[in-house]
Every structure is written in structure tokens, then in C-alpha cells.
Write a protein that binds this ligand. Sequence first.
Ligand code: C5P
Length: 399
Amino acid sequence: MSRLFNKHIIVAISGGIAAYKSAELVRLLKTAGAQVEVVMTRGAIEFITPLTLQALSGNPVHQHLLDPAAEAGMGHIQLARWADAILVAPCTAQVMARLAQGQADDLLSTLCLATQAPVLLAPAMNQAMWNDPATQANAQLLIERGLTLLGPDVGEQACGDVGPGRMLEPGQLVIELEQIFSSHAWQGRKVVITAGPTREAIDPVRYLSNHSSGKMGYALAQAAVEAGAQVHLISGPTNLPTPIDLQCTQVQSARDMLSACQNACQDADIFIASAAVADYRPAEKAEQKIKKTGAKSGFSLELVQNPDILATIAADFPRLTCVGFAAETQQLVAHAQAKLKRKQVAMIIANDVSEPGIGFNSDENQVCLVTAEGAKQLPRLPKTQLARQLINHIAQLDK
Ligand code: C5P
């Protein structure tokens, strides 16, 4: 399966003759399983129609920065956050110049400025325009700022010239784009990740649990695979599809999760506890379904504490780099620091669950990384993108 499977890709098309190749690019990205949103500049629609790109991407094309209808749906900031990568193809000399200046006067330039995702440019222009010192200086500046230039290719041009300035072929652009989703930060590392809730049985049909979706842990597992790690995901019950290229053990209770972790951590390098483990379980699981008694009589359940999986693993495997999560509603950093010490781990990833739209069960999260060195706030991001940033931060601990 392609690394682009389910990735959110914005293809931004500017006004150059190579725009006709962008149709094939979008088709190839869709074939690879990516979700594609297309942005076109005014110049681009002189070369190829939005209808073509709409049919190929399966989504309406975004053309205007302040279109009230678009802003009511996926507005420009939302689109910038949605993206796992933005590929500007073709990228004209003018777009390069505007990006180098940090302009935000149309949708394409605003998205490139507003996104936290990687921005890749596929330059396409006449060879003299590419060789001009102004374009070369812009290219250099954009690379220094962390944008990636794919190409240009050298060869015959639409204007009859021969030289550098041809847009890379769509197939080559897809291969290059796949590369950004496979880093080597964790090459050869063995990683164990817990995710989702646990279920603590009351009787054969009932249990205690919580609303954890498992999204953060699954995104971390996927990002760890993409970073080259050998991943063992130990998951409580979720509705999520199992990520590709990893070992997954499904468990129910906290005690099942602990014993799966103890087995998996024998030869692991990194342990990430993102599961929302039930703190308590019923003291006894009834053999048979518990029946209602009198209409008004109450019912009480004796609970006992579950083992702390993260603290147990950190104590049992002192050479393992252990990372935990902390969901807090107040004094985020202070509580995370206390947890860091109590559980004897290298990092606590803390998030404020009182903030609407982030954390539990949502697609976005905003976290603060707490280590013995201090606290570092990360920007609000979709969990898939945040996971990739977290992998890079944890890789620093594991050196
Ligand atoms: O103590 P608290 O539940 O706030 O700690 C949260 C962190 O500890 C998370 O990383 C969670 O996965 C882990 N944890 C655990 N076992 C428990 C409770 C929490 O591994 N029983």
C-alpha cells in the first residue's frame, strides 16, 4: 500500500502550461489512496478547467481566498490545517517570488503561509526565467525556510527552448511526495504503543470504560512506521482500522494490556503509553448477568485499582525510553511535571482537555511536551500531523 494512503494532499495549481499535467498528478494521487483537494489560481484556470480537476479529485476546486460559500465549509485556515502536505505544481516564477516574500494575497499563497504541513514546489517555467538571478535567489530563500523544491527537470520546453525549467513528470512528483511520509528518524527502532480505552468487565454483558477513540495512539503508530520503526500497537477496543505494516495486539482490560506490554517490551527501545486505561475495575466479575432486584433498590459495585501500566513498564525496563500522556483540566505543566517524576518517564505529552475541539475523541490536538529540561508548547494540529512532530521530538530523547 502506498505511503500516500489516506493522506490529505492539497494540489495547488498555478498558471503555467505544465498545468495540463496536474490532471494526471491528481489522478495518480487518488490511485495511491490520497484524499486530494485542489486549489487553482486565476492563471491556472486559463490553462485547464476546474471541472476537470473536480472530476478527478472528487471535490469542488478551491479558487478564492474569501469566498463566503467556501469559508462556510472548509475555510482557508481549516484547509491549511487539514493538509498533510501542499504540493504546488506547477509552481511559476511569480508564485515562487510571492512565496519568498511571504505574501498572502490569494488562496494559494495564504495556504502556504498558514499551514504547518510540508510545502513542496514543482517549478515550471522557461529556462531563462529559471536561471534568472532573482528566481535563483527566491529558490534559495525558500529552501532555507524549509520548503522543498522538486525539480525542475532539464529538457525541451513548450516555448521551444532547451534547458532547466520543465516540471517533473507527475509519476516522479508522486514518488517524491511519498518520500516525505517516510523519514528515517526511527530506523531499526522497536516501539511499543498503547492506544484506546480499556474495558473492565462487570458481568458477561456489561463493562466500565471511557470515550477514548484511540486516534492519537493509532496516528503515532502510523507515524512511527513511517519513521522506519518496527511497531507493536497494543490496543483496547476502538472503531479504527488497523494501520498498515505493524503488529497489532487487541486487548480488553487494563490487566490484559499490561501483560501484552510486558511481553512486547522485552526487546523494545521506546514505549509510548497513549491508552486511556481505566483506573479502577470491578473487584469481581459476576459469572452470570447481574439481575435487577427490587424496583427501588440500589446497586453498588466494589472497585479495585488497576495497575499503572506506564509506571510498571518504566520500572521493569529501565533502559526503555518511556513516554506518557496526561489529560488535564488545570495547571497543565505542574501536573505533567508531577506525573513525569511519579512514573519515572522521559516525557509527558500533556493536553488541556477542557479546551473545546481538542483531545479526547476529536481529530485535532494541542499538546505541551514536558521533560526534565522544561516545557515546550506545540501548535494545534490534526492528530496525524502532530504524531509526526511527536515522533521527531521523542527521537531526540532516544539518542
Ligand atoms: O495517571 P494518569 O492516568 O493521568 O496517567 C496518564 C498516563 O499514564 C498515560 O500515558 C496512560 O496511558 C498511562 N496510564 C497507564 N496505566 C494506568 C493509568 C494510566 O499506563 N493504569
